[in-house]
Design a protein around this ligand. Structure first.
Ligand SMILES: CC(C)(COP(=O)(O)OP(=O)(O)OC[C@H]1O[C@@H](n2cnc3c(N)ncnc32)[C@H](O)[C@@H]1OP(=O)(O)O)[C@@H](O)C(=O)NCCC(=O)NCCS
Length: 181
């Protein structure tokens, strides 16, 4: 059985807690970071229960402000997974719009990297949309660089109007070397 872990970080002088998702968090996450009826938080939590992922959640003043998944077996795309062996992937990184730009994403990535290093891996990957230059800037600042690999992912996601639409994302695969613990 997985052991829940947590760490605290200071964000803009306000305490931020980053910890594993728990069953009781799923409804709170859906409220704070709505997924338009896709039950995405429940699905990601189920992956954690299955042992192949860790679903990290970030909390400020007792409310969830962000989340992100560590996929321990590597990339979800088989070609990318084959090209990047022994390399867990950080995915599904999402910070509530009102909390963006205050270090929550950085804290989630830092916690994910610490967990990945703790398990003995020496590198981590992340996919970022070709049309998401701000996230690209963030990852570059955190030491991620372009692998040269590209992939297309398709998933349903609600727009600002709450209506589910298929999103086709063209991703740049980034990688970062981690110092052994
Ligand atoms: C990308 C994201 C996870 C970053 O989390 P965050 O908590 O806003 O990031 P931090 O506060 O730690 O770092 C801020 C940096 O993130 C980047 N960033 C990306 N999108 C941003 C946004 N909407 N608001 C603020 N910063 C954003 C910028 O590089 C920013 O630095 P800057 O202020 O100098 O431009 C978050 O903005 C988000 O959820 N965006 C929408 C979903 C998404 O794009 N997910 C990433 C998929 S790969």
């Amino acid at each position: 059985m997985a052991i829940a872990m947590a760490s605290t970080a200071s964000v803009s002088g306000v305490g931020l807690l980053v910890r594993d998702c728990a069953a009781a968090d799923v409804d709170l996450l859906e409220h704070a970071l709505p997924t338009g009826g896709t039950a995405a938080h429940a699905a990601l939590f189920a992956r954690q229960l299955g042992g192949d992922a860790t679903y990290l959640t970030a909390w400020q003043d007792g409310a969830p402000v962000g989340s992100g998944l560590i996929r321990w077996a590597g990339h979800r795309n088989p070609d990318s997974r084959a090209a990047l062996s022994d390399c867990p992937e950080i995915s599904n990184l999402h910070v509530a719009p009102a909390a963006q730009g205050r270090g929550v994403g950085t804290a989630l990535i830092a916690e994910a990297e610490a967990r990945i290093t703790h398990r003995g891996f020496t590198r981590v990957s992340i996919g970022v949309g070709e049309d998401n230059p701000r996230a690209q800037d963030l990852y570059a600042r955190l030491g991620y660089h372009d692998t040269g690999l590209r992939e297309v992912s398709r998933y349903d996601y609600p727009g600002a109007d709450g209506v589910l639409r298929e999103v086709v994302e063209h991703d740049i695969l980034l990688i970062k070397g981690l110092r052994p613990a």
